[in-house]
Design a protein around this ligand. Structure first.
Ligand code: ADP
Ligand code: MG
Length: 269
């Protein structure tokens, strides 16, 4: 998996073509505290990866590094073989195909579901137009994509309604839909099911499972019932490094994982 020895730092060919995300020897300190510590993480194209770990493990910081919000002190971070993410701005990283969904939904409540998706397709230039009721016309291709995204997120019947009247779960799906309008190669999703009903959690599991393959998805989630529904390969983060990686049952039976995370009366999160 690792091919570090003697490689040229600027030679991307050491990165296996199967990876969409390649993070190697990544560390970052905040005031002397190592939030990420020699982290190596490799995600395959189209993979659905669950990332779990106790509070403070560095999960969100890891996503901040991938999206360019936080710059690591050391290490390499690549999107595929082409994009050295450490040399790109947050906006460039988003354009290159990294979509990030934060925990709380951020949709435009007074705009329709359709307009929210349409804005996401057209990019920031049209925000002004859309807010003043003259959204830019989408291309035929964008319209087709919008229709298929509506179907995927299960909001076709609510396309004309204001996003503000949607349930919490529907708003989360709409925001995922807005990311899909950018055709991302890698979706980073931080704790999607917090505050959702059981039915919504079930639907979100189906949604993320159906999206994998087309794009890679990394989901941070505390809800183990949800993780059980979608888990393929699971990564356990602890003190800024990977503690264990494998199937859910493999990591759940790993003694170190039990000691620091799942056992000891800690919240199973
Ligand atoms: P997780 O998402 O796994 O709960 P975080 O990535 O949010 O963990 O945080 C990891 C550690 O880094 C925590 O101890 C947190 O307090 C610290 N941390 C995160 N971001 C910053 C920051 N911008 N400045 C200082 N400390 C930070
Ligand atoms: Mg976090």
């Amino acid at each position: 998996m690792k091919a570090k020895a003697n490689r040229n730092r600027f030679d991307n060919l050491h990165i296996d073509n199967k990876y969409i995300l390649y993070m190697e020897d990544v560390s970052v300190s905040f005031d002397g505290f190592k939030a990420i510590n020699n982290l190596n993480l490799y995600i395959d194209k189209g993979e659905l990866r669950c990332i779990i770990g106790p509070n403070g493990a560095g999960k969100s910081t890891m996503m901040d590094i991938i999206t360019g919000k936080t710059r690591p002190d050391t290490g390499d971070v690549w999107l595929g073989q082409r994009y050295n993410l450490l040399e790109m701005s947050e906006a460039e990283i988003a354009c290159a195909g990294v979509g990030r969904k934060f925990q709380t939904p951020t949709v435009f409540e007074s705009l329709s579901v359709y307009d929210n998706l349409s804005l996401a397709a057209a990019g920031s230039k049209s925000v002004f137009g859309a807010l003043f009721g003259k959204g830019r016309k989408l291309t035929g291709e964008q319209n087709d994509l919008l229709d298929s995204v509506l179907q995927t997120i299960g909001l076709t019947a609510t396309r004309s309604r204001d996003a503000g009247v949607l349930s919490h779960g529907q708003k989360q799906w709409l925001e995922i839909g807005m990311l899909l309008m950018q055709k991302p190669k890698l979706l980073l999703i931080d704790e999607p099911v917090t505050g959702m009903t059981h039915g919504e959690i079930e639907r979100t599991a189906e949604l993320l499972t159906s999206l994998a393959g087309e794009q890679a998805i990394a989901v941070i989630e505390h809800d183990m019932e949800f993780v059980r529904k979608i888990a393929r390969k699971v990564t356990v983060l602890h003190q800024g490094s990977i503690l264990a990686e494998g199937s859910l049952s493999e990591v759940q039976n790993n003694q170190q994982v039990i000691d620091v995370y799942l056992g000891g009366g800690q919240k199973a999160a």
